[in-house]
Design a protein around this ligand. Structure first.
Ligand code: 5AD
Length: 353
């Protein structure tokens, strides 16, 4: 099986189940092992704040949800989480937050990046996941020392993007695309991704999503099942979505196909997989993913960062050791103290220099 697929082939492959699906997942895993190897990189996820200026129709921390306690982590809390990541040999920390474009937020992020750079140098890569910002802001954070940025397209098909976002100037598909292009131009390693199993989503749309990521020539991907949240407008359409096990299967097939299409990118096995199956992330690794993002947010704030219902609050009640064992059982070696820069990104750079 080669890595160039057209839309019809992708539609067919996305629907594979049973033994045929297993062989697809296995091929993806073998492709990963042959190209980027079986290393699994750890990224510590810090959920900085759940204040959000956006009102995405699927998301539990949308501005319109009045039923959650809003929080901002203190600098001290962020620093302890960063130290934890360093002490545990994680290659990178991911600073994620609800969207905020205020001058004070932009300054705060810059100073957090400064602090991490000063204290850890190149031993800890900084990944940001802070939504749509101006090109200047992206540049400022890059200059301060952030090297990676995650910004999901959510759905690459404009009509579905419209159906899952409010119709106003803050939630424009074209702005999301420009943001991704700006990030690339500045020189970040860029990650994107989609939710899988959304209402109104077809396998054709998922096939389009895969082709979109290939065309955008992304360096990293994080994608996972859509999980409905009762405090969101999209909850009304829950009868239209596939079963949990179907969303799980589709997510694994998406990971496997993307690995076959883009063998040298980094692909995360996301927390949403773990919300459906307690070994979901490890199953993601077996389908070709190579990154896990353990949540290192202070425990007391985690329950307020419920993007979707039943989001796991801890490492499934397991210690790190439990997680490490399961990663190894999935056939991976844990890459402690390695940056784990996207090989795809490095290859592009060496071609251009
Ligand atoms: N189900 C699954 N993923 C979700 N996200 C937000 N809401 C949900 C949901 N209900 C994802 C989005 C966002 C990321 C931070 O969390 O894809 O980009």
């Amino acid at each position: 099986m080669i890595g160039i697929f057209d839309k019809e082939e992708l539609k067919y492959l996305l629907q594979l189940r049973g033994a045929e699906q297993q062989s697809l997942l296995e091929r993806a895993r073998i492709t990963r092992d042959k190209t980027v190897g079986n290393s699994c990189y750890l990224r510590g996820l810090i959920e900085l704040s759940n204040y959000c200026c956006k009102d995405c129709l699927y998301c539990g921390i949308r501005k319109g949800n009045k039923n959650i306690t809003r929080y901002d982590l203190s600098d001290q809390e962020v620093f302890s989480a960063v130290q934890y990541a360093f002490d545990n040999g994680y290659g990178s920390v991911v600073i994620q937050s609800g969207e905020n474009t205020s001058a004070s937020f932009i300054r705060r992020i810059t100073s957090l990046i400064d602090h991490i750079r000063k204290n850890y140098g190149n031993n800890l890569q900084i990944t940001l996941s802070l939504g749509e910002q101006s090109e200047d802001t992206y540049q400022r954070w890059f200059d301060a020392g952030a090297s990676r940025y995650l910004l999901r397209i959510e759905s690459s098909v404009p009509s579905l993007y419209k159906q899952i976002h409010p119709q106003d100037r803050l939630h424009q598909y074209s702005c999301r695309i420009s943001a991704l292009q700006n990030l690339k131009r500045i020189g970040y390693q860029v990650g994107t991704g989609v939710m899988i199993g959304l209402p109104f989503q077809t396998t054709e749309i998922l096939a389009e999503d895969l082709l979109f990521m290939q065309r955008l020539d992304i360096d990293m991907c994080g994608m996972g099942p859509y999980l409905e949240h009762r405090e969101t407008p999209l909850y009304e359409y829950r009868s239209l979505i596939p079963s949990l096990s179907e969303r799980f299967s589709l997510s694994l097939n998406m990971i496997a196909l993307l690995r076959l299409m883009m063998p040298s990118i980094n692909i995360a096995a996301t927390t949403a997989l773990q919300a459906i199956d307690k070994e979901g992330r490890e199953k993601g690794l077996k389908a070709g993913a190579n990154v896990i993002m353990p949540n290192i947010t202070p425990v007391h704030s985690r329950e307020s960062y419920q993007l979707y219902e039943n989001k796991p609050l801890s490492e499934a009640g397991n210690s790190n050791l439990g997680l490490y064992q399961r990663i190894e059982q999935a056939g991976c070696r844990i890459a402690f103290n390695e940056a784990g820069t996207s090989a795809h990104f490095l290859n592009k750079k060496s071609h251009n220099s």
